[in-house]
Design a protein around this ligand. Sequence first.
Ligand SMILES: [Zn+2]
Length: 64
Amino acid sequence: MGQKYVDCRELSGDIHCSATLVANSDDELMEVVIKHAINVHGLANTTDFRKKISTHFKEGSPPM
Ligand SMILES: [Zn+2]
């Protein structure tokens, strides 16, 4: 199966974050992104934020 990823800069709006988060499934990616958002950006784990994250999921491998 293909990978999914999220470009954190797009998601968080933090231009200083160059993290790209990668996982093999939606659920796994959601957990990875939530942890990153809380630990690195101090964001809250809310239903709205989870919805927003899922709109940023992309298929395939991240561009290097
Ligand atoms: Zn980030």
